[in-house]
Design a protein around this ligand. Sequence first.
Ligand SMILES: Nc1ncnc2c1ncn2[C@@H]1O[C@H](COP(=O)(O)OP(=O)(O)OP(=O)(O)O)[C@@H](O)[C@H]1O
Ligand SMILES: [Mg+2]
Length: 324
Amino acid sequence: MQEKRVSRETSGAAKAANAAASTAEGSSILESLTASSPLAAELADENRRRKKLTTTELTRPGHTRAITVSNQKGGVGKTTSTVNLSAALADQGFNVLVIDIDPQGNASTALGVEHSADTDSVYDVLIEDFALADVVTDCPDIPRLQVVPATIHLAGAEIELVSLVAREQRLARALAEYHRYREENGLQRLDFVFIDCPPSLGLLTVNAFVAAQEVLIPIQCEYYALEGLSQLLNNIGMIQKHLNPPLKVSTILLTMYDGRTNLASQVAGEVREHFPDSVLKSVIPRSVRISEAPSYQQTVITYDRSSTGALAYLEAAAELVQRS
Ligand SMILES: Nc1ncnc2c1ncn2[C@@H]1O[C@H](COP(=O)(O)OP(=O)(O)OP(=O)(O)O)[C@@H](O)[C@H]1O
Ligand SMILES: [Mg+2]
């Protein structure tokens, strides 16, 4: 909402500020503009952030970083963060794999990959012992980004997994085998694997925790944000203890931040106080462009790269790389 309002009201000021920023004498014009208009100040700030991004050097991690994106609370931005961080990292030259392990298949939709019922998918990997290599597909719009899609069959997998051998480790084993497959076939090592979880803590999410070394928790800057978090952290603790000792909550990402409300800044402050070392400095704003992108089977990076939403995810991705 805010973005639409901003672009409608200010195209004149925006052009002036952008033009000012790009000329030699621009800085003084910009200073006088920013002093008189909060909007020009916002644009100047965005310009500065974009410039900083282009001069930030990002180096490949020394090993594949497998990151599970989880929060059992629904609608907090798990899928949105998975697809946009992945797109931002692939855009920056990293090799990225997204594993959609949510029966809703939202990540598969946003990345524009086929996931109708008869598509080979993560279900076949978990239940039918398919190799990941047999179900991985390229994201059509973004080079270096690959996807393991989820189909509706996954809805029954929670129950089907119960009776299978090594039911908690099936994704981890498939992923380890896929890394070997890539090496043997001369494919470049993956830099990042993101696993998009459903809003529950069942066996699908357990498989995702066992297959990763890191957990990224998106937290929506709304009331009730921290509710349920202790249960999530307890579950992660149990996985560390019994199934995957290296697992750690490496990253917390604040999402859907609405700078116009006191509540958003209060929630953000509280989360930073609780988790001082894990919360990214970059905050994802509530943005119309971010919410529109999936209906075009796009990420915000490809849908509208110049939007504040795309900028925020590019910044968050850069921060994620630097924190390795
Ligand atoms: N920064 C944002 N600004 C505006 N809308 C957003 C933003 N992030 C996410 N949304 C919208 O909020 C809704 C929920 O986001 P998303 O699907 O990413 O959450 P989720 O945690 O994956 O949900 P689920 O628990 O159902 O898997 C979607 O409609 C999405 O487009
Ligand atoms: Mg989701």
